[in-house]
Design a protein around this ligand. Structure first.
Ligand code: ATP
Length: 441
């Protein structure tokens, strides 16, 4: 993990936020290549959820909703972690549930956990609500308290009725959104695995109640395959159904998709059968009818909800950990991100071999043609080896080099990041060739 973190910092993908003030807990900024990588992930998610289907519509709901939302959803009363503090030397705070899970996995007694840092005794657990609070208006007064959403899902439930009306859909159908959520997480973050603010990619799929178990299975498989389609190693992905004691208050069944991070198997996405809990709760608290009436049969029912809830940051971290590699070229060590080309922030780098003899102008012209088809870079700085190394570290799959032969016969060399093979290709048709490669699985 340390190597991935160092690479992200070095190449400006992801780095600590507020660094000039010493940073702020569990909060990171995404630089240029990090933003491009994130966009590739969200584009792939929208494509799978919206573009390639006709039963899901998009939504972008507000971060600050009516405070009663969180009363109805159960977050105000129940969205808390059991916090314990070390009574020994280090005084560190921990999540009791995490310590107990680790103890069970290690074959130890979960009732006898002690501080993992210094071995000290721990306090009794205290319920700690994870929602960030703020106020609307100039004074803090009764009724002005609002919350930053801890999940994007609730905005979807609030807009269920509106969407049903304007989108002319009937169950089974879904509403998808990507957006920031906020949680006052108290435990160390492991880089971007657990952050205070994070983007979620959530979809609520509304179905007739008797179809819910089948749709749950369906979405578990769809979502697992989606990660494979991004190039993630299938052997490092697994499904983990929640035991009865672990289920959230709203869920009758949940399966997590886990990835084998350097910190061990950890949750990447949860796929829950939320039943009719949310719509019923909001119907009761708002006094509105949130059911579906089938005009053909006259049937009236509250749909069940299947929810695939993914984290954008965790997906980015998965791609980075999965792609990170080191090898040796000509006795020199190289760090390389073996990202699938569709996920790579930059697809092609165009490099003049020398900064003279018309090569820079030629390379620039090739780059300008390419960039209208895919994200490309033109780089003249440093030796050709150094420039390749830089591109390898950000996962650029193709390097295009303009050399003296280019000036004679209008061909370039195309270098493959993984095989290091270099082939000579005519400049005409180069963009088509790369676009074709990008499309291929
Ligand atoms: P965890 O058990 O790791 O706290 P969770 O089960 O509470 O996660 P969900 O409420 O199911 O998480 O949220 C869905 C997804 O949102 C998670 O699978 C994860 O990818 C992402 N997520 C949740 N909390 C965070 C966080 N603090 N930082 C980054 N991503 C998060």
């Amino acid at each position: 993990m340390d190597e991935v973190v160092a690479l992200c910092k070095r190449r400006g993908l992801i780095f600590p936020a507020s660094e000039i003030y010493g940073g702020i807990a569990n909060t990171y900024d995404y630089g240029h290549y990090g933003v491009l990588l994130k966009r590739n992930v969200t584009d792939a998610w929208w494509k799978a959820m919206i573009q390639e289907r006709d039963d899901i519509v998009a939504l972008d709901s507000a971060i600050i909703q009516h405070p009663r939302t969180w009363e109805a959803s159960g977050h105000l009363a129940g969205f808390s972690d059991p916090l314990v503090q070390c009574l020994g030397k280090c005084k560190k705070r921990w999540r009791l549930d995490h310590l107990q899970e680790a103890a069970v996995e290690a074959g130890e007694d979960p009732a006898a956990v002690r501080c993992p840092q210094c071995g000290g005794e721990l306090t009794e657990p205290r319920a700690f609500n994870l929602m960030f609070q703020t106020n609307i208006g100039p004074v803090q007064e009764e009724g002005s308290t609002v919350f930053l959403r801890p999940e994007t899902a609730q905005g979807i439930f609030l807009d269920f009725k509106t969407t049903l009306q304007y989108a002319r859909k009937k169950p089974p159908f879904g509403i998808a959104q990507i957006g920031k959520s906020f949680r006052n997480e108290i435990t160390p973050g492991n880089f971007i695995f657990r952050t205070l603010e994070f983007e979620q990619m959530e979809m609520e799929f509304f179905v007739p109640p008797d179809e819910a178990p089948n749709w749950h299975e369906y979405w578990i498989n769809e979502r697992l395959e989606w990660y494979v389609s991004l190039g993630v190693d299938r052997d490092k992905l697994r499904l983990r159904p929640h035991g009865p004691e672990e289920l959230s208050h709203y869920s009758s069944a949940t399966s997590d998709i886990e990835y084998l991070f350097p910190i061990g198997w950890s949750e990447l996405e949860g796929i829950a059968n939320r039943g009719d809990f949310d719509l019923k709760q909001h119907a009761e608290h708002s006094g509105q009818k949130l059911d579906y009436v089938d005009t053909a049969t006259g049937d009236r029912y509250v749909p069940y909800v299947i929810e695939p809830a993914a984290g954008l940051g965790r997906t980015v971290l998965t791609l980075l950990c999965d792609a990170y590699d080191e090898d040796e070229i000509g006795g020199e060590q190289r760090t390389v991100l073996r990202l699938q080309p569709s996920m790579a922030p930059i697809k092609a780098a165009v490099l003049p071999l020398v900064n003279k003899d018309g090569q820079p102008e030629k390379a620039r012209a090739i780059y300008e043609e390419l960039r209208s088809r895919m994200s490309a870079e033109y780089d003249t700085g440093g030796s050709i080896g150094k420039r390749y190394r830089r591109q390898d570290e950000i996962g650029t799959p193709w390097g295009i080099t303009v050399d003296h032969q280019t000036m004679e016969d209008d061909t370039v060399t195309l270098r493959d990041r993984d095989t290091l093979e270099q082939v000579r290709l005519p400049v005409a048709g180069l963009a088509d060739e790369l676009a074709g490669r990008l499309e291929r699985p």
